[in-house]
Write a protein that binds this ligand. Sequence first.
Ligand SMILES: Cc1cc2nc3c(=O)[nH]c(=O)nc-3n(C[C@H](O)[C@H](O)[C@H](O)COP(=O)(O)OP(=O)(O)OC[C@H]3O[C@@H](n4cnc5c(N)ncnc54)[C@H](O)[C@@H]3O)c2cc1C
Length: 269
Amino acid sequence: MPEDIYDVAIIGGGPAGSTAATLLARASRRVVVFEREKFPRFHIGESLLPVSMKTFARLGVLEKFEQAGFLRKFGGEIASACDDDGVKFYFKDGFRSRTEFSYQVTRSQFDQLLLNHAAENGAEVREEAAVKEVEFFSDRVELEVADKTGERNKIKARYVIDSTNAHIQGKTRKAEFWLVQLVDKFSEANTAGVDEAVLKDARRKHDEAHAHWEWWTAANGAAFHNTDQAKDSLNRSMVLAQEGIKILDDAIKARRSAPAKAALVAPAR
Ligand SMILES: Cc1cc2nc3c(=O)[nH]c(=O)nc-3n(C[C@H](O)[C@H](O)[C@H](O)COP(=O)(O)OP(=O)(O)OC[C@H]3O[C@@H](n4cnc5c(N)ncnc54)[C@H](O)[C@@H]3O)c2cc1C
């Protein structure tokens, strides 16, 4: 009969949670993963970066990726919604590149594969199990977990890993919202015939706002460790996007009111 306490309880069965679960279970730890959804579930983030390949090899999932038919990806192209020129790059040319490809995946399928892999390696996986409370004691943590009927149970563990990816998600989404507003406003200004110099100013704001947003979405592992920096950066992204919108809004208003004003001026005789 196992002791009534897990070594590690993991909250969240996304890639972070299932990776930790596999490695801990392989190290003979008694691990439980709580995932509030039933997999497969939709998730954003399908373009994998080569930096993850070493971890996938360590987990022993590369063969499963091939069997799943995930597309090998050798590079990428970054294009801006506000510009015509894109930038192509190849992973083999990357700084200290160790692999020339990564994968393009369907996240629902990818996340399920990783979670199943954790279970196959000995982790206990509980889906449709949402962690509602975490209480810390000197020698353990206690988690209150609700199943799909809403019934709550308490479990104990020596350690807990929070892999719910929730630290900056809300702010990231807000920053995304303002970026989209800026892109829409740019199209509106373009159609309204706003001057190229104004469009260029707004494009510059977009590029800066995008860079402040992109860093924390692509590397939100970093955001976990630098939450304050992530918040500052995402706040800055929103300010820049709103400045860009104002530049365009002012120019659109000026443009639309210009012919009306001209009509008020009496023609010279
Ligand atoms: C717009 C956007 C685009 C992106 N594009 C890419 C990309 O192209 N390539 C890339 O590699 N990454 C991309 N990312 C980042 C990528 O999505 C994340 O890095 C990745 O999902 C993080 O994995 P995770 O396991 O930490 O969290 P998640 O995958 O979010 O998993 C967290 C899990 O925790 C569960 N959960 C939450 N709360 C509870 C709870 N209380 N109890 C139980 N379970 C809970 C959730 O249901 C979820 O399944 C993108 C992100 C965004 C926002």
